[in-house]
Design a protein around this ligand. Structure first.
Ligand SMILES: NC(=O)c1ccc[n+]([C@@H]2O[C@H](COP(=O)([O-])OP(=O)(O)OC[C@H]3O[C@@H](n4cnc5c(N)ncnc54)[C@H](O)[C@@H]3O)[C@@H](O)[C@H]2O)c1
Length: 299
């Protein structure tokens, strides 16, 4: 049997907003393979995620069940991080004074990328796996031609630059790990082809993310860090529901894909575990489509 054994590895997982997030399924699969988990959650979502991690309703308990009979999801550390901010000096007054951000600052202190990496260094020493599963475009429902400059920059900052920001600040934690480190991000076909409904600069952000992942793979390869992306097919997560016509997008792709169905989040999670495992030790700078083959179709 070929083993995937991530025991002893520390995985920093961003992008868990609820128990339907891709990152939630990725975290469960990483833990089923033995990894320790640290979650970095948007400051506004931290209480909600705490609820999903500790709730005792049958649905909550079922959603924490690890695949492959591996027990129940356990997170060693839950930390706030708004990836818009590299340091606390970047946080505008209005955000700092926001009720929920204030509460998070009182409880955790720093919620910038710098603060996140500092805390993880103190508690875990290093990171073997970094999952980037974050996207936001305030004007996603606007066509690109209607998108404001501010909306466009926000989409790029949160959905694309954040990968660079995390790798940049996390470099001392990621470099020269015993079996190398693996960074995995999530992208979408809308970054290389025109997908109506994927506006507000989000398509641009995914295009940027894809070339950035390749640049980063080159920049950090000599430090034994691999950087790859999964291009997932459409799936009705919270972020995707914000697009508007996600149900229609899922049906359309399912009808035209070589495997004529929608994807499951568990399938994205399995691909992430593979990319984080020694089985993918020579794979870097790659975009792996987990989309039932939809991307190969011409019509
Ligand atoms: N759902 C799909 O159809 C689909 C398809 C392909 C790729 N993706 C990508 O998968 C990734 C995860 O999305 P998802 O579908 O699981 O939705 P999701 O809403 O569950 O996850 C998006 C996450 O981004 C986080 N986030 C947004 N702004 C942030 C910020 N400033 N700082 C920190 N975190 C922030 C949110 O809190 C949320 O947890 C995204 O990159 C998305 O583009 C999704």
């Amino acid at each position: 049997m070929i083993p995937i054994d991530l025991s002893g590895k520390t995985a920093l997982v961003t992008g868990v907003g609820d128990n339907e997030s891709f990152a939630w399924f990725i975290a469960k699969a990483l833990q089923a393979a033995g990894a320790r988990l640290v979650f970095a959650v948007h400051p506004r979502m931290i209480r909600i995620v705490e609820g999903f991690l500790s709730g005792d309703s049958p649905d909550d308990v079922a959603s924490r069940k690890l695949p492959y009979g591996g027990g129940s999801l356990t997170v060693e550390q839950l930390l706030p991080c708004d990836v818009s901010f590299d340091t606390m000096a970047d946080v505008p007054e209005v955000t700092r004074n926001d009720r929920r951000y204030k509460r998070v600052e009182e409880q955790y202190g720093d919620y910038s990328i710098e603060g996140l990496m500092k805390t993880v260094k103190e508690s875990h020493g290093g990171i073997d796996i970094l999952i980037h599963s974050i996207a936001f475009a305030p004007e996603i429902k606007s066509k690109l031609v209607e998108t404001t400059r501010a909306g466009y920059w926000t989409a790029l900052s949160i959905s694309a630059y954040s990968l660079t920001g995390l790798v940049r600040a996390g470099l001392p934690l990621l470099e020269n790990r015993p079996d190398g480190a693996s960074v995995v991000g999530l992208t979408y076909l809308g970054g290389v082809r025109v997908v109506p409904h994927y506006g507000g600069g989000m398509s641009t952000a995914k295009a940027a993310l894809e070339i950035d992942a390749k640049q980063l793979a080159h920049n950090v390869g000599s430090k034994s860090i691999r950087v790859n992306l999964i291009s997932a097919g459409p799936y009705a997560s919270r972020a995707a529901k914000g697009i508007g016509d996600i149900g229609q997008m899922i049906d359309y792709a399912a009808q035209r894909s070589p495997l004529p169905r929608g994807i499951k989040p568990e399938e994205v999670a399995n691909a992430a575990v593979f990319l984080c495992s020694p089985l993918a030790s020579a794979i870097t700078g790659h975009v792996l489509y987990v989309d039932c083959g939809y991307n190969i179709m011409g019509v």
